[in-house]
Write a new protein. Structure first.
Length: 747
């Protein structure tokens, strides 16, 4: 038997230790791997299964149908239309530029469109689908679908997009939608996932913006299976979203269309309001724009044209246009004075055409003045001096308080963009704004709606509605949401004295229905819709001395953007108010024909330039023919008859020029005295008159003789004109007042 040496035994023991160490290490590794495999495949099996599913399955959002916007009668003014579009996903294409080059050859796509789309695609993830073309015709849509094999990454889809069938007429009310921007996402802590969809559109202005959450709806989703490269393999399932809610407005399509058509391209605004519940029947601002341009992607050229237009078509003038209300504010001043107890409807104020106050002269619009004026006449003929007097009595703070009570200087909760508060100033406001004290001149200017006072057409409509009803009517634009009517806001009584309110409303009635009223030429003759109202002129700036010296004497001589604005407020029917209206027309002062002539005619010697010269020439021609006939009959002797007639004619013409220079209010005030003097002289001539040419009708003054009957002729005309000017238009046909006129004539 072979003997094992010690060296051999020692070597065997070393081998055994190595084997054990290696085996132990291997066993440990196997144990660790086994534990890890158990952890991955057993303990975390559900987690990793979910992760694998997420790599294989993608969830993509489906935009819901946007809610419709309708008018009060259910006519659609914001709809959804079928949209054939092209979508591009970058992961499906190795050469993006080449694909877009081919695509541009199939559908309308400019070089600018191609560049913009490539930039959009490259700025997003490879698997994010981007809409690169929308609203394709069926033919173009079919071309892309047929050429799909040559357009890797391109897919065609059918969906819905916003459409405004009435385009311009409702642009400022409804607004428009556009792609979500970073600015839209600012201030939103947890934005709706829909807002992350590329080119997803939301409301940008108007009702579309302010009722966005209601109109948008909730997103749907679809589960799709993708391969390891991210390509879509199939759609596993789909869950439709919740469509947006339909909204019905208080606007009437027919009224809105009519108003927009009448405004045309004027820079103007109209608001019509139902005074019984505050419903806004019409909110028209012109010029307008086509909101579909913004939905489809407006070009820089079109956008710049809108921004640079001097009539500001993007501005909703009904709520964002702040204008001095002019004479339409006079009802506020009148009500403030009446309610404060510093005036009554019958108080008379003398208007010589101006007042001097604080070292400054404040003119009435009629430089010749109005004579004695009461409340109704001050509104009917828009006498400024009357309100200068009322303003001094009542003060600015109570005027501002009345303005707020009637709806001015405040913002109403309606879903419209860029609403402004306007300005209803008082002493505290000026101190805070300008660090200056309020002065009496500020009150005078504010009393006729000038100076610091600014209002919107919507506020003026509310003011008119509150005057017509005596209640705090609140405007309402949304009639119903998903067929659930929005409650009408309460309209509590304003607490105004009925007699005072009736006096103001009577003055507004005369403005429109009395032939001396500033709006008489625009009255409604339909008995069922007799209107009351008030005209006004919003003064933009005064004509400077330099401009007058250069020949600028009227508003029409100024550039459009420097001209005064025309305003009108009114309500109808007068006896049972239902609708209130406010109108602002920029660059067109509000005047009747006679009002216009009086405003534009200068005072002083400049009156001579504004005489009716054709009539003067005609009178001179007729008289000249008569003088020539007398000269001819006298056998060519001028001294026999023609000379005296020529002298009388010359004196008469001189007197005519003198009379034309005298303010009309002077002749009104003189008419009664002239009539009484003529009446006394007629009695005197019967007793002590001189007989000439067989008639005892002459009074001999030594240097001349005259007939009182001739004086009575023009005195009678003057007194009758003054009488009917003083008389209320509703009393002109009353038997008693007709009898008075007859007695004046008979006597």
């Amino acid at each position: 038997m072979k003997r094992v040496t010690r060296e051999t035994e020692e070597a065997a023991r070393k081998v055994t230790r190595r084997t054990l160490m290696l085996g132990g290490a291997m066993a440990s590794m196997v144990a660790i791997l086994g534990a890890r495999m158990r952890y991955l495949q057993v303990d975390e099996a559900d987690t990793f299964k979910l992760m694998a599913e997420e790599n294989r399955i993608n969830i993509r959002l489906i935009a819901p149908d946007r809610g419709l916007i309708q008018d009060r009668n259910g006519k659609v003014i914001a709809a959804n239309e079928q949209n054939y579009r092209v979508v591009f996903t970058r992961e499906g294409s190795d050469n993006v530029a080449l694909v877009f080059q081919r695509l541009a050859g199939l559908i309308p796509m400019t070089a600018e469109d191609v560049t913009r789309n490539i930039e959009a695609v490259q700025s997003l993830g490879a698997y994010v689908p981007v809409i690169v073309a929308e609203r394709l015709s069926w033919d173009d849509f079919s071309k892309v679908a047929l050429n799909a094999p040559a357009l890797p990454g391109v897919n065609t889809e059918m969906g819905l997009s916003r459409f405004y069938p009435l385009d311009r007429d409702f642009a400022h009310v409804v607004g428009y939608v556009g792609p979500v921007s970073e600015r839209d996402l600012e201030g939103i802590d947890t934005p709706d996932p829909l807002l992350k969809i590329p080119k997803f559109q939301i409301g940008k202005t108007g009702v579309e913006k302010w009722l966005e959450d209601t109109l948008r709806g909730s997103a749907g989703s679809r589960r799709i299976e993708v391969n390891s490269a991210g390509r879509v393999m199939r759609e596993l399932d789909r869950e439709e979203g919740v469509p947006g809610t339909d909204i019905r407005l208080t606007i009437d399509v027919e009224v809105q269309n009519f108003a927009q058509a009448r405004l045309g391209e004027e820079s103007a605004a109209v608001v019509v309001m139902d005074v019984t519940n505050g419903d806004l029947i019409c909110i028209a601002s012109s010029p307008a724009f086509d909101p579909n341009l913004f939905v489809r992607g407006i070009s820089h050229t079109d956008y710049n044209a809108l921004m640079e237009h001097d009539h500001r078509p993007l501005a909703n003038k009904t709520v964002s246009g702040a204008y001095p209300p002019g004479s339409t504010f006079k009802m506020v001043t009148a009500m403030a004075a009446l309610e404060a107890g510093v005036a009554t409807p019958g108080d008379q104020v003398s208007c010589p055409g101006y007042i001097d106050l604080g070292g400054r002269r404040f003119h009435c619009w009629s430089r010749s003045g109005h004579g004695r004026v009461t409340l109704d006449r001050s509104l009917r003929e828009s006498c400024d001096v009357y309100y200068y007097e009322m303003a001094q009595r009542v003060g600015i703070d109570r005027i501002a308080e009345m303005g707020r009570k009637l709806g001015l200087g405040q913002r109403f909760d309606i879903p419209m963009s860029a609403i402004v508060d306007g300005i209803l100033p008082n002493k505290a406001w000026k101190q805070e704004r300008y660090k200056e004290d309020w002065v009496i001149g500020d009150t005078i200017n504010a009393s006729i709606g000038q100076g610091f006072v600014l209002t919107t057409p919507l506020q003026l409509a509310v003011m008119t509605a509150r005057l017509a009803t005596g209640r705090a009517v609140v405007p309402r634009l949304v009639h119903a949401v998903d067929d659930r009517e929005v409650p009408v806001a309460e309209a509590p009584p304003l607490g105004l004295t009925a007699e005072h309110l009736a006096g103001v409303l009577d003055g507004m009635f005369q403005v429109v229905n009395d032939e001396r009223g500033t709006a008489f030429s625009s009255r409604i003759v339909e008995p069922a819709m007799i209107m009351a109202g008030k005209t006004g002129t919003s003064q933009v700036r005064n004509i400077t001395v330099a401009e007058r010296d250069s020949g600028v004497i009227s508003n029409d001589d100024l550039p459009w953007n420097r001209r005064d604005h025309a305003l009108f407020v009114g309500y109808a029917p007068y006896d049972a108010p239902r609708y209130a209206i406010s109108v602002v027309d920029e660059g067109t002062p509000a005047m009747s024909f006679m009002d216009y002539r009086l405003r534009e005619a200068p005072t002083g010697l400049r009156k001579v330039l504004h005489l009716n010269w054709p009539l003067v020439v005609l009178i001179a021609a007729v008289c000249s023919v008569g003088i020539l006939m007398l000269y001819s009959i006298a056998g060519g002797d001028f001294d026999v008859w023609a000379k005296r007639q020529a002298q009388v004619f010359g004196v008469g013409m001189a007197l005519m020029f003198v009379v034309a220079m005298v303010p009309i209010w002077f002749w009104k005030n003189l008419s009664g005295v002239a009539y009484l003097v003529a009446f006394v002289l007629l009695i005197f001539v019967e007793i002590m008159g001189e007989t000439n040419m067989g008639a005892q009708r002459w009074i001999d003054l030594g240097f001349m003789q005259f007939q009182p009957s001739e004086m009575m002729k023009f005195s009678l005309v003057m007194v009758l004109a003054t009488y009917y000017d003083w008389l209320d238009s509703k009393q002109t046909s009353h038997p008693l007042y007709v009898l008075i006129a007859v007695l004046l004539i008979v006597l």
